[in-house]
Design a protein around this ligand. Structure first.
Ligand code: GCO
Ligand code: MG
Length: 403
């Protein structure tokens, strides 16, 4: 028995907010879990502090599955991003503890390495097609085997995925939501020329990805997929909102472009129909927002029956603890596809020293016992929580739309 004697939440903002759960056992073993939900951070912090932590004290940290079920079934109010991120944080911290007690990196507890490393994709973005291609070239020069392309849309002031001039891209950018404009027509006209140019300049040896960020209707997504087919994208992400899973049938009827979805999924139920009807090719559920390693492994196991591979979300709003967990998962899971990599700032890396590393377009979680991530609490304490929201989007006539 490794009795849980204390647990607390650490909130820090080294450039952006992160919520971390720290669990300690009677033997002094410490486990960390990420609980960051971008733009809604304090809701998860309260859920943990006020409702989860009191139930953890005295429990055996080794009983990961039982604690997962206790928190999921025991809440009565199942699912949703706040609940599932909280459970995800507990789950990560418990796997971290188990690994440290065993003296093994978590991927060894998950069955060992199924591959030498996890292929990652980087973000190439720019205000224009030329800028995006330049960023893509820089990625290829750094060894990336896969690059996501996002370019500004002519006529629209701000576009998802594109940084403000001279800044790194970080979507939660203001203390109240900023408003951006959206025009499907302008966007649709801009994507094909981007891919055309990319293939012309970069050739065919690099995987090219694109994120629609939930902006199209199913039939529009079908048309975009068809138009992009000649350029052989690795995937088209979040082509349409996935609350209505059956909507993806329409996209499938019109295009063979591989489809990825799932960064906002919280449980296997969000993906069940998509997987069982083989409506997607990559499932992007992330360790933090979908109930931790325990649950994301379950999603991957269902997906594997249908030859659907993983492609975990890896934006900078997921802390280094989630990145580590995703890499232990990705290294071990049989149906790994790709991992998103949006590198954290140096300051974030200093707050969260970690064992994972990048080399030649691949990442490895490292071989430290547990997840291999620590938190420098002294440094973390210097950066206080700062309210930050994701933007919202409106159509040109003022109608509220999907950001
Ligand atoms: C991605 C995502 C992110 C999200 C962000 C929201 O593909 O990486 O779409 O950019 O918008 O994580 O917090
Ligand atoms: Mg995305």
């Amino acid at each position: 028995m490794a009795e849980i004697v204390s647990a607390r939440v650490i909130i820090t903002c080294p450039g952006r907010n992160f919520v971390t759960l720290r669990i300690e056992t009677s033997d002094g073993v410490v486990g960390l879990g990420d609980a960051t939900l971008n733009g809604r951070e304090l809701a998860v912090a309260s859920y943990l502090t006020d409702h989860v932590i009191p139930c953890l004290i005295g429990r055996d940290a080794h009983r990961i599955e039982d604690i997962w079920q206790y928190l999921y079934r025991g809440a009565y109010w199942r699912r949703g991003p706040v609940t599932m991120s909280s459970i995800g944080a507990v789950d990560m911290a418990l796997w971290d503890i188990k690994g440290k007690v065993a003296g093994l990196p978590v991927y060894q507890l998950l069955g060992g390495a199924s591959r030498d490393g996890c292929m990652v994709y980087g973000h190439a973005n720019g205000a224009t097609i030329e800028e995006t291609i330049e960023a893509a070239i820089a990625h290829v020069e750094q060894g990336y085997k896969a690059v996501r392309l996002q370019a500004g849309v002519p006529g629209l002031k701000a576009t998802y995925g594109v940084a403000k001039p001279g800044q790194r891209y970080e979507p939660a950018d203001a203390s109240l939501p900023t408003e951006s404009l959206w025009s499907t027509e302008r966007y649709m006209r801009s994507v094909v020329p981007l891919f055309e140019k990319a293939r012309e300049v970069l050739g065919w040896d690099v995987h090219l990805l694109h994120d629609v960020h939930h902006r199209l209707t199913p039939i529009e997504a079908g048309r975009l997929g068809k138009d992009l087919e000649p350029f052989r994208p690795f995937w088209l992400e979040d082509a349409t909102p996935a609350e209505n899973q059956a909507a993806f049938r329409i996209i499938r009827q019109h295009t063979t472009v591989p489809l990825a979805v799932g960064e906002i999924f919280n449980t296997v139920w969000d993906a069940k129909q998509l997987i069982e009807e083989q409506l997607i090719d990559y499932v992007r559920a992330t360790i933090v927002h979908a109930g931790g390693l325990t649950h994301v492994r379950r999603i991957a196991a269902l997906a594997d029956l249908y030859q659907i591979r993983t492609g975990c979300h890896g934006a900078t709003d997921l802390s280094p603890v989630t990145m580590a967990a995703a890499l232990h998962f990705g290294l071990s899971v049989p149906n790994f596809g790709i991992q998103e990599l949006m590198p954290h700032t140096e300051l974030t890396d200093a707050v969260f020293p970690h064992a994972y590393s990048y080399k030649h377009g691949m990442m490895h979680p490292g071989d430290k016992p547990g997840l291999g991530v620590e938190i420098d609490e002294k440094l973390a304490a210097k950066y206080e929580y700062k309210r930050a929201y994701l933007p919202v989007a409106r159509l040109e006539d003022g109608t509220m739309f999907n950001w």
